[in-house]
Write a protein that binds this ligand. Structure first.
Ligand code: NAD
Ligand code: TYD
Length: 349
């Protein structure tokens, strides 16, 4: 039985990847290693936690000695590494957490793999990264796999650094690595600090929807289960040393996305047209706010045959339905200091 280590599996994307692998590959043992920070939540995995091929280990990837011990104990055959601090705003207010987890944590995993894996031929270290490492686009153009790195936030700089280290271990130690860089994800189980779930939560509770600056920044949105399907495909079929960009060719300005979301919310909550949109509030812009991200995903489409399955309208509708049906999940993750933290964030323009 192969043993696959998935780090960050209690988070948003990680929980979708863990669920997919546990259900689809009963002959593989899936070990989910997660520190359970504010963003990690075992409620994301209740439906699969009792499956015989699943095990959860609470651990911090910043603890290098522990990572080596766990590699010796479990004899992992491969790694899908998602654990990270993931929110740009938090990286602006607290960059050190990002340096520790995203850079040191990644190096600890690379070292544990390098020092414990004897036969590299049948191993795989798959590092999950972001399109934000490429920097910010103007009104035209796309990010390609060979676009020069130009990270501009502490988050993207820490992810860029980890990508470089993963490639360095490939070239220097022949560690069998693969990397993918994906655009903005949305869907169920996303912590309500990112634009879409935060806005759904606020609309539902009649609170202001904070739009940074003028809302003209552009993001390229992909349904999280389509990201998980791309990860599955890359994990199983990519050549060692390769990089793939993953994106949905689905660009929206923040403000037009929020208008679409407000229309869906008005309908679902039986509100009159425009009621949700009246909550839109323009707030002080994010420092160094990247203008536009857009992924060219031709390579994964052409070489591996991946396609996103959902149109954005459909995916957003499904996402809203999930949040409205899972009020208990939302109440749980927004208990404690959540509201205090977010109320403090916004200064009206
Ligand atoms: P998330 O914040 O929802 O989840 C991160 C998970 O990592 C949490 O469960 C958290 O507890 C865990 N974690 C954090 N620090 C840890 C540590 N020191 N040790 C062990 N576990 C730790 O993040 P996400 O949105 O699911 O992103 C997952 C990965 O995908 C990240 O590497 C991120 O950079 C990348 N990514 C995210 C997006 C996106 O749109 N969310 C897009 C592209 C790439
Ligand atoms: P976010 O979901 O934080 O993802 P990222 O910064 O990694 O792209 O933000 C998406 C976009 O929405 C980004 O341009 C910032 C903007 N934004 C707001 O306008 N208001 C908000 O409350 C949040 C969280 C984000």
């Amino acid at each position: 039985m192969k043993t696959i280590l998935i780090t960050g599996g209690a988070g948003f994307i990680g929980s979708h990847v863990v669920r997919r692998f546990v259900n689809k590959y009963p002959d593989c043992k899936i070990v989910n290693l997660d520190k359970l920070t504010y963003a990690g939540n075992l409620n994301n995995l209740r439906d699969i936690e009792k499956k015989p091929n699943y095990e959860f280990v609470r651990a911090d990837i910043v603890d290098g000695a522990l990572m080596k011990e766990l590699f010796v104990k479990y004899k992992f055959d491969s790694v899908i590494h998602l654990a990270a601090e993931s929110h740009v705003d938090r990286s602006i207010s607290n960059p050190m957490e990002f340096i520790n987890t995203n850079i040191l944590g990644t190096v600890n995993l690379l070292n544990a793999a390098r020092l414990t894996w004897e036969n590299m031929a049948d191993k795989r270290f798959y590092h999950i990264s972001t399109d934000e490492v490429y920097g910010s686009l103007g009104e035209t153009g796309y990010f390609y796999e060979d676009t020069a790195y130009d990270p501009r936030s502490p988050y993207s700089a820490s992810k860029a650094s980890s990508d470089h280290l993963v490639r360095a271990y490939f070239h220097t130690y022949k560690l069998p690595v693969v990397i993918s860089n994906c655009s903005n994800n949305y869907g169920s189980f996303q912590f309500p600090e990112k634009l879409i779930p935060l806005s759904i939560h606020n609309i539902k509770n009649n609170k202001p929807i904070p739009i940074y600056g003028k809302g003209e920044n552009i993001r390229d949105w992909l349904f999280v289960e389509d990201h998980a399907s791309a990860i599955d495909l890359i994990y199983h079929t990519a050549k060692t040393g390769e990089t793939y960009n993953i994106g949905g060719h689905n660009e929206w300005t923040n403000i037009s996305l929020i208008y679409l979301l407000c229309e869906i919310m008005d309908r679902k909550l039986h509100r009159h047209a425009g009621e949700s949109a009246s909550l839109i509030t323009f707030v002080k812009d994010r420092a160094g706010h990247d203008l536009r991200y857009a992924i060219d995903s031709t390579k994964i489409q052409r070489e591996l045959g991946w396609r996103p399955s959902l149109q954005f309208g459909e995916g957003l509708e499904k996402t809203v339905d999930w949040y409205l049906a899972n009020e208990a999940w939302m109440n749980d993750v927004t208990s404690g200091d959540y509201q205090k933290y977010y109320d403090k964030q916004y200064v009206k323009r």
